[in-house]
Each structure stands twice: as structure tokens, then as C-alpha cells.
Design a protein around this ligand. Structure first.
Ligand code: ADP
Ligand code: MG
Length: 382
């Protein structure tokens, strides 16, 4: 009998979204079909140590710095990558022919990895790079797509390049902010972007560091706060908008779900409104058929513009004043609990949570196998 595939689920990590990652991971690990897959939990502490034995999820839930893990963690490590273990990743082909189950979780080879680390060092291409180097198939966008999706500045430039609608944005680097001084920036932002505006770090998530600014005087503290999370900050025109989200699934031929709508309970969809208060998720979004279709089309174009793979949630603004859509951002690792928007949108589109997880794993294997066909050596003939 062929053994089950070993799926490494990586969670936690060195980001402000560590706790959110633990919630997503618990759901995914609970939903992975045990008849086909064996789950190997891999936790990353807030200080970057990797926990690969025992119960990493419980350890991180009890103690987010991973201190309770004692010396169980090393940095950075994957099963099969540490110096003491010379275990080769099996790869998907080996998986179907291997004869027996491996031993304790955390040891032995992995067949595929489901990275569930949000934010920096997880969703931004760094973890994906590590997995590429380890020759492991993994769920979701590759190195390039992950890095692009994490950078709201570069992704927005690519959307604009592809003719997709984006709101007026001014990018500010740390150095130019200090060099020019607050009064220069106040007058520049007021004339280029106008008030109110939104200030955000180029590469954060969960609304951390994001603020709505109503006066020129309030700009300086908002920008300084955003600079605590990234060396690049965006200032955007504030759109009075409905927030529409579309789930995209696939590799070269992606599919878009029905759109959903977020109705934030606060002034905007900030951290509190996302996780601590009762914001509403409407699935499907109450949209006219033509508008829903437009949202799906834009989501697919945005997914292709960033050369993504596997999954992404595309967030749009629907301007209440003129009915126009803008692409706000793409999340290559959206929240993944059963009540999160991404799985709910697929549920409403006819794909259950468990089948979604299985589908993402097969998309990971498909992409890995396509890459394996590429030549890595060249011998000129003649
Ligand atoms: N230009 C904008 N106009 C109106 N609302 C905005 C704008 N930018 C951000 N917001 C509000 O702030 C929230 C978080 O901003 P977003 O750019 O999506 O950051 P994050 O990646 O942290 O989710 C959005 O969901 C929305 O409610
Ligand atoms: Mg957002």
C-alpha cells in the first residue's frame, strides 16, 4: 500500500501576524484529509527558531516567543535540511512509490509544504526561496509572486502597467522623508493626493501601521508610525468605497470565486475591525451581475499581472461616488480559517474547505513537476 503524502504545515513566524497564522494553521491541519495526507506541523517562533518536534502549535499558542520549547528549535531549519539529518525531501514522485510511513513527525522527508506564515519572512518570498532551495513543492505563489504581492508599491506599479485601475499614490522612502522634512511633505501630499488620505507601510498586513489622515498636521505622526514597519511608505487618496474581495485559485489557468464584501464595523477595516470586533463578511457580495463579473475579471488580471500561482485573495475598492473599481491589494496568503473570506468564497462557489486544501496541494505538486522538467544544464551541440 502506498504511504500517505507528508504535508509540512509551517506556521507562526517573525511577523506581526504570528498569532493570525496559528489560527489559520490549526484550521488547515484539522481539515487536511487524513486518508491521503499525514500532517507534519512546523512552528516558527517570533524570534525565528524552528520547532519541528513535539506539538509546535501548542507550544506557540502557550508562549509566542517559543521559550517553552527549550532547545527544541534551531534557526532556520526544515526537516531534511539540518546538518545532523541527511534526509532528502522525497519529492512528489517518490511519494507515490514509497513503501512505508516515516517515524515521528518532524523527522523524515516531506512531500509538499503548506506555508501558512503571514507577512514578512513568510508571505514575501523569503520562505518560498528556502523551500525552492530545499527542492520542496509548496502551496501558493513562488518567490517572485510572493515578493511582488507583499510590496504594495511595486505591485501597484505593475497593476498600472497592465492598465488596471489603482488609486492615486505617493511613495515615500525613509531617506527622502528625513531629507525633505515634514512641511515639504505636508504641502506635497495635500497638492498631489489631497485629504483625507491613507498612510500605510508598503509591506505590512492586517492593517498594522495603516492610518486615515484627515489633516496635514496629522500626516507626520502617521508616516512616522508607518515607517516603524517598513522603510517605504505609501500615501493614497482615500476612496469612499465598498470593499469587495475575490478569491483566485489555480496556476496557469486560474479561476475566480464569487465576490464577497467586507463591511468594517469601524471607520475603516483596521486591525480591531478585522480580528477583535464584529465586522461583517457578506458572501456573496450584493452586487449586480455585471459588477460581480467585472470584479472577477479584474481579480484574474491582477493575479496574472503579478505572475502568481496557487492562490490569492484580490481586494478591490468599489467607489461609492462613481461605481468604479480600484485594485487595492493582493494577498498571496490570505487568512485561512473556515470563517475567513478566502475559504468562504470558495465554499460559496461550490468547493468545500477540505477539497480546497487538497486542490491547493495538487496545484503545488503540478507547479513543482513543471519546474522539474526545465533543464539545469546546457551542452552546446555541433
Ligand atoms: N486608499 C484607501 N481608501 C479607502 N480606504 C483605504 C485605503 N487604503 C486602505 N484603506 C482601508 O484600510 C484597510 C487596510 O489597508 P490595506 O492597504 O488593505 O492594508 P493591509 O494589507 O494591512 O490589509 C483597507 O481594508 C481599507 O479599509
Ligand atoms: Mg487589506
Amino acid at each position: 500500500m502506498s504511504r500517505r503524502m507528508r504535508v509540512g504545515v509551517i506556521f507562526g513566524g517573525r511577523s506581526v501576524e504570528h498569532e493570525i497564522s496559528l489560527i489559520s494553521a490549526r484550521s488547515v491541519m484539522g481539515a487536511i484529509n487524513p486518508e491521503c495526507f499525514e500532517v507534519v506541523p512546523i512552528g516558527v517562533t517570533k524570534d525565528g527558531r524552528w520547532l519541528t518536534s513535539g506539538d509546535p502549535l501548542r507550544l506557540l499558542q502557550q508562549d509566542t516567543r517559543g521559550e517553552g520549547a527549550g532547545r527544541a528549535g534551531v534557526r532556520p531549519m526544515l526537516p531534511g535540511l539540518s546538518g545532523s539529518q541527511s534526509v532528502k525531501p522525497a519529492g512528489p514522485r517518490a511519494a507515490s512509490s514509497a513503501g512505508s510511513e516515516e517515524g515521528a513527525s518532524g523527522s523524515g522527508s516531506l512531500d509538499v509544504v503548506f506555508p501558512l506564515v503571514h507577512g514578512i519572512y513568510g508571505e514575501d518570498g523569503t520562505l518560498q526561496g528556502l523551500l525552492e532551495m530545499a527542492d520542496l513543492p509548496y502551496v501558493g505563489a513562488g518567490v517572485l509572486g510572493s515578493a511582488l504581492g507583499m510590496d504594495k508599491d511595486v505591485s501597484r506599479r505593475l497593476f498600472a502597467h497592465h492598465g488596471l485601475p489603482v488609486v492615486a499614490t505617493r511613495r515615500i522612502g525613509r531617506n527622502e522623508w528625513s531629507r525633505e522634512g515634514p512641511s515639504f511633505w505636508q504641502s506635497t501630499i495635500v497638492s498631489e493626493i489631497g485629504l483625507p488620505c491613507f498612510v500605510k507601510p508598503a509591506g505590512s498586513g492586517s492593517s498594522v501601521g495603516v492610518s486615515k489622515v484627515a489633516s496635514a498636521a496629522a500626516l507626520t505622526s502617521a508616516v512616522e508610525m508607518a515607517f516603524e514597519y517598513d522603510r517605504k511608505v505609501l500615501v493614497e487618496r482615500a476612496v469612499e468605497a465598498r470593499e469587495i474581495e475575490v478569491a483566485v485559485l489555480g496556476n496557469d489557468d486560474p479561476a475566480a470565486s464569487v465576490p464577497g464584501e467586507v463591511v468594517p464595523c469601524g471607520e475603516f477595516y483596521d486591525y480591531q475591525a478585522k480580528y477583535l470586533k464584529e465586522s461583517q463578511l457578506l458572501v456573496p457580495a450584493p452586487l449586480e451581475a455585471a459588477k460581480a463579473e467585472e470584479a472577477r475579471r479584474l481579480a484574474l488580471e491582477a493575479f496574472r499581472a503579478l505572475e502568481l500561482a496557487g492562490m490569492a485573495r484580490v481586494d478591490l475598492f468599489l467607489d461609492r461616488a462613481n461605481g468604479q473599481f480600484y485594485i487595492n491589494e493582493i494577498n498571496t496568503l490570505p487568512g485561512f480559517t473556515p470563517v475567513s473570506m478566502y475559504p468562504r468564497l470558495w465554499e460559496a462557489s461550490g468547493l468545500s474547505y477540505r477539497d480546497l486544501v487538497s486542490r491547493l496541494i495538487s496545484l503545488a505538486l503540478e507547479r513543482y513537476n513543471q519546474h522539474k522538467l526545465l533543464k539545469t544544464s546546457y551542452s552546446p551541440s555541433g
